[in-house]
Design a protein around this ligand. Structure first.
Ligand SMILES: NC(=O)c1ccc[n+]([C@@H]2O[C@H](COP(=O)([O-])OP(=O)(O)OC[C@H]3O[C@@H](n4cnc5c(N)ncnc54)[C@H](OP(=O)(O)O)[C@@H]3O)[C@@H](O)[C@H]2O)c1
Length: 243
């Protein structure tokens, strides 16, 4: 059964991203879309470090469409180690986004699929990260961006300013749990596209993982829309940071 007032999420995102260049000029950082899939109980994985396919084929294709509509895509090193993702566009038409990995200790593995992509990954790390690892990753084709550290983790606001400086207008953040929590608690999210799969997992829950971030109240979403894709429900909204 279709959801009432169904609006194609990709059309809405495309409309929203038309304003991304103006957003970057105004804020000095890209427009940020947070997008992930969760079970009914809010789990994004079975357990930390383990991949779990949650989205059905139609929601997966929508996710690839989202990738194609953003200029860059970001994940944490935990996701690279657990899922070994490619982060490119395979199930939709359109260009691959620039992959960005947040990795304060340069744990990025030499076998990573991201090193086999047409677009080499940008690995954001902290001052003090191992110089030999940096050299090895650069020799393998990655670009390493060294930023001043923040609580031992990569300073996301500083990273976004750098992405803004190099001309990236739009960034899709795909996970995992700690990265999602950090972006939300740093209030660096402009839009959320959430796939809700109809199953219960009892696994790794996003909001249980606030990590090093401050425990700020998480916002309500406004300007909501919904779309049913196969068995999944996709929700889009904008965090109401001022509400
Ligand atoms: N369902 C979905 O849509 C979805 C999407 C993606 C991933 N996942 C799942 O999520 C799980 C991985 O999540 P995770 O929480 O373990 O890892 P993660 O969020 O991918 O990466 C977290 C790691 O990134 C590094 N980091 C550096 N700066 C950070 C910052 N400012 N904020 C947060 N992290 C920072 C930290 O490692 P260092 O201290 O070493 O730098 C941290 O442990 C996997 O099981 C994966 O399958 C699910």
């Amino acid at each position: 059964m279709a959801v009432e007032n169904e609006i194609p999420i990709l059309d809405q995102v495309g409309e929203c991203l038309r304003a991304a260049p103006a957003h970057r000029r105004r804020t000095d950082r890209p427009f940020v879309t947070l997008s992930y899939a969760q079970s009914l109980d809010g789990s994004i994985a079975d357990r930390p470090g383990r991949p779990l396919a949650l989205s059905g084929p139609q929601a997966m294709a929508m996710t690839h469409g989202l990738r194609a509509s953003h200029e860059a895509i970001l994940v944490g090193i935990g996701t690279v180690l657990a899922d070994n993702p490619r982060l490119n566009v395979r199930l939709a038409a359109g260009p691959d986004p620039q992959p960005v990995v947040v990795d304060s200790r340069l744990r990025f593995p030499p076998y990573a699929n991201l090193l086999k992509n047409r677009r080499s990954p940008l690995i954001a790390t902290n001052e003090g990260a191992d110089a030999e690892r940096q050299q090895a990753l650069e020799a393998a084709g990655a670009r390493v961006l060294v930023l001043p550290g923040s609580n031992g983790w990569v300073d996301l606001a500083g990273l976004l300013r750098h992405l803004g400086l190099i001309g990236i207008n739009s960034l899709m953040v795909e996970g995992g749990a700690q990265i999602i929590a950090s972006f939300l608690s740093s209030r660096l999210v402009d839009q959320v596209v959430l796939t809700i799969a109809p199953l219960l997992v009892g696994g790794l829950r996003v909001v249980d993982h606030l990590g090093h971030s401050s425990r700020r109240r998480l916002p309500r979403l406004k300007h909501l829309s919904y779309q049913q894709l196969g068995d999944d429900l996709v929700l889009r909204g904008e965090p109401d940071w001022d509400g």
